[in-house]
Design a protein around this ligand. Structure first.
Ligand SMILES: [Zn+2]
Ligand SMILES: [Zn+2]
Ligand SMILES: [Zn+2]
Length: 146
């Protein structure tokens, strides 16, 4: 949390109590959450209730600080797994388990992203978002299926 505070201070944003509570909820969650689910989880523990719209705005802020990421395939949010890291954040890529919904954030080499960009350009399009969301089976689900 201290690190997240620093990151926000750095970019001029403020990690208010509500914002950090929501970040915490996402850090604790084993699966990605929608804005609605975040509001619901928040309301279970807080004295004041938060409408999904406010949760959405807070998630938007956290996303702009790269503390959380939005999965466009499911419209859900995950906490960044590099919050405590010092290195620069790369374009996040996500492995999404189709069986238990667990998500892993990984880095894909720049070479692959560049190549993708090139293929898209060859097709006459311009890549505007190179975040990959790959449908996978996680190690636990592979093991339990075996
Ligand atoms: Zn990240
Ligand atoms: Zn890292
Ligand atoms: Zn799984």
């Amino acid at each position: 949390m201290g690190k997240a505070q620093d990151m926000c201070a750095h970019s001029g944003g403020r990690l208010t109590e509500k914002r950090s509570r929501i970040l915490e909820l996402l850090l604790l969650s084993k699966t990605p959450l929608s804005a609605y689910e975040v509001a619901e989880a928040y309301n279970k523990t807080a004295e004041t209730s938060m409408p999904p719209m406010s949760a959405y705005r807070i998630l938007d802020f956290l996303e702009s600080e790269q503390l959380v990421h939005k999965l466009s395939s499911t419209n859900k949010y995950v906490a960044c797994s590099h919050i405590a890291c010092d290195h620069a954040h790369e374009i996040p890529q996500f492995l999404i388990c189709g069986s238990c919904q667990k998500v892993k954030e990984i880095a894909i080499s720049k070479r692959i992203v560049d190549e993708l960009d090139e293929q898209v350009a060859n097709a006459g399009y311009k890549l505007t978002n190179s975040q990959l969301e790959l449908q996978c089976l996680c190690e636990t689900c592979i093991a339990s299926a075996a």
